[in-house]
Design a binder for this molecule. Structure first.
Ligand code: PLP
Length: 408
């Protein structure tokens, strides 16, 4: 707020495909798919048309109690058909953070329903980002998002993102009978694009099973073809107990998210008396948001963006790795999914006083939008990006790094 208060806002006026225009008519490559969500690219008329049709049929109606609507049912069934979990059930929400809070409450409530109310503890990973609602803020793996709000939700802890042994040690430290669930992104996104080490998820799935801990996958960024499949986690061949999704489910055309749970988690709520899950939101199952998602899924399937994404991933990876030799660059992380991080050296950040915000501004002035986090520039373009556009993105970023280096 303080930065924006000092200067003009960057007003995005229009978008089409991978391009944005500001209100002066200048064009920019959307290297971040807005905030990791516009998987099918901007300006898809068929999504707008589906929204228009739905608005004229049933604009919005609650799905509380036994109320339902056709788009919400169809979307839930379609997602269930592709979910890498057994006997899936879906709760729809309006976004990622809301879905994380839903999953955390479900996990604790599940154990309470099973007569183990002491199973409350939630474990997450360093660098993990799970939105900024109450539980999300409490389990986030980045301290800067946690401070200033007083005491957060208790009985949570964070383990190193790259060590399954650390997860097991933490479960044993807390006591397996006290641990409700473990939360992980398939590839850590907003925290800086951290890929899991070889075999990591096989091992954590085994550990969760061994101690009965619910395995919750946060697919908010990794889902809907960004990793070349439906929910991202399929890439690692494991089956979680819950999957949290948002963003790419509707490519952001309208806000939508949700939680899918397997039969094990659903069972006490569906099949036992006396365990209602007294949770829900006004816009859950919003028919028009679901209609946008269904049209988005049509595009993903018809254009086979699942396969396209794997090819884009390879090209983006090799283009980004070309920046690894730049004097300001410490490391390039890419190669799983259409996303990457270009991390600056400590020398650049501390001794030269370069900030990622400066590189981001320079790149934007040159017509490319990337995302700055404290140590890295992140990219996650729409999956429809071409090779030529990837090369333009990466060469513009290289030019921005050169220009910033010359100033320092
Ligand atoms: N989980 C992940 C992995 C995310 O990247 C995000 C948002 O970036 C969220 C959850 C939160 O989603 P929302 O911002 O829709 O609340």
């Amino acid at each position: 707020m303080n930065t924006v208060a000092k200067g003009p806002e960057f007003v995005v006026a229009r978008a089409e495909g991978v391009w944005l225009w500001d209100r002066s008519g200048d064009r920019y490559l959307d290297g971040t798919a807005s905030l990791w969500y516009c998987n099918v690219g901007h300006g898809r008329n068929e999504i707008a048309d589906a929204v228009h049709r739905q608005m004229n049929t049933l604009d919005a109606y609650t799905v509380y109690g036994d109320f339902a609507n056709e788009p919400a049912l169809e979307l839930s069934e379609r997602l269930a058909a592709h979910a890498p979990i057994e006997d899936p059930r879906t709760i729809l929400t309006s976004g990622g953070g809301e879905s994380i809070d839903t999953a955390a409450k479900l996990a604790r409530s599940y154990w309470a329903a099973l007569g183990q109310p002491e199973r409350q503890h939630l474990i997450s990973r360093t660098g993990g980002y799970h939105g900024l609602n109450g539980f999300g803020t409490s389990i986030i793996g980045m301290d800067r998002f946690r401070s200033g709000y007083g005491r957060l939700i208790e009985d949570t802890s964070v383990v190193p993102h790259d060590s399954a042994a650390a997860l097991e040690a933490e479960i044993l430290r807390v006591g397996p009978h006290r641990v409700a669930a473990y939360f992980a992104e398939p590839v850590i996104g907003a925290g800086g694009v951290f890929l899991p080490p070889e075999g990591y998820f096989t091992e954590v799935a085994r550990i969760c099973q061994k101690y009965g801990v619910l395995f919750v996958v946060d697919s908010v960024i990794c889902g809907f073809a960004r990793l070349g499949n439906w929910f991202g986690i399929e890439r690692f061949g494991v089956s979680p107990d819950m999957i949290v999704f948002a963003k790419g489910v509707s490519s952001g055309y309208l806000p939508l998210g949700g939680v899918m749970v397997n039969g094990r988690v659903a069972d006490p709520f569906w099949n036992q008396e006396g365990h209602p899950f007294l949770h829900g939101t006004t816009y859950a199952g919003h028919p028009t948001a679901c209609a946008a998602a269904l049209a988005n899924l049509d595009i993903l399937e018809r254009e086979d963006l699942f396969t396209v994404s794997r090819e884009v991933e390879r090209h983006l990876d090799s283009a980004l790795q070309g920046l690894a030799g730049h004097p300001l660059v410490a490391e390039v992380r890419s190669g799983v999914g259409v996303m990457g991080a270009v991390e600056l050296t400590e020398e650049a950040l501390t001794e030269r006083g370069i900030t990622t915000a400066e590189v981001f501004q320079e790149a934007r002035t040159r017509g490319v939008v990337v995302r700055p986090v404290p140590k890295a520039l992140l990219v996650s373009p729409p999956l429809t990006i071409t090779w030529e556009q990837i090369d333009h993105l990466v060469s513009t970023l290289a030019g921005a790094l050169d220009a910033v280096m010359a100033r320092h």
